[in-house]
Ligand binder design. Sequence first.
Ligand code: CP
Ligand code: NVA
Length: 309
Amino acid sequence: MDLKGRSLLSLEDFTAAEIRFLLDESKRLKADFKAYKRTKPLSGLTLGMIFQKRSTRTRVSTEVAMYNLGGHAVFLSSADIQLGAGETIKDTARVLTRMVDGVLARVFSHNDVVELEKYASVPIINALSDKYHPLQILADLLTIEEHKGKLEGLKLAWVGDGNNVCNSLLIGCAKMGMDMSVATPKGYEPPTDVVELAIDYAEETGAKIEITNDAVTAVTNADVVVTDTFVSMGEEKEAAAKLKEFENYVVTEELVANAKSDYLFMHCLPYKHKEATEEVFESGNSVVFDEAENRLHTVMAVLNCFMGG
Ligand code: CP
Ligand code: NVA
């Protein structure tokens, strides 16, 4: 399958077969890591990495992936480039396009990655926006498949905020035939347009999408239980109010007793506001560090397919 030149703004833009291909490529790269280091498929190619927000996993996995593939990554913190001082996304896209072979961008507004893609003629990869975090979901799907041997037919429960990670999981699960039940406090449900998209995809794959305010309903009989910080980057001012509203949405041992006994606990990290208890986070069901490691293998597949082909 040829994905050369493609961009990844949202998993919406990829068919189930293309997602499957990226997951299989990730497994291949993970298994044959040393061979790829030797053959250097991205030799001579450079990736610009715009970061308007902090990052540990996304930044490190991408820089290491470019190194492993024989290419070079240029870290562009928005505090240090002219974008942070008012240069437009449109001009930044047109300048970078003439110098680099791909751009990965972590932005506040999803419109910024859309605008980057509109004016750039190289692949654009969304490294997290306020709406989506597609790279994270590729790593999540790989982690689930490694532990469960399949994706289709599993039930994933999301407990917490209906945020960017939840949105991308809704699309990823629906496309891959996984049921997803989302429990959030009232007013924090995922946006209607994303839920409608997921329901449309789910109709094609036979998956079930459920949105509820009841955490027990979501977790009942789940194969995978996922949460994320209650306060995403950019929402710091709302932290006190949100933490209060999310008090009943902490993933506790009592809550996960409703899931299947061999359930997986996942969290994209960083683990910040006690959205799960230490007992759950550190339990034998927790695969959070496999999930973090898989950020490397999945971004290698994305970069290799989009920039190397
Ligand atoms: N999960 C994730 O995107 O982590 P970082 O913010 O550390 O990149
Ligand atoms: N929802 C979180 C994810 C961090 C990786 C955020 O946007 O800050």
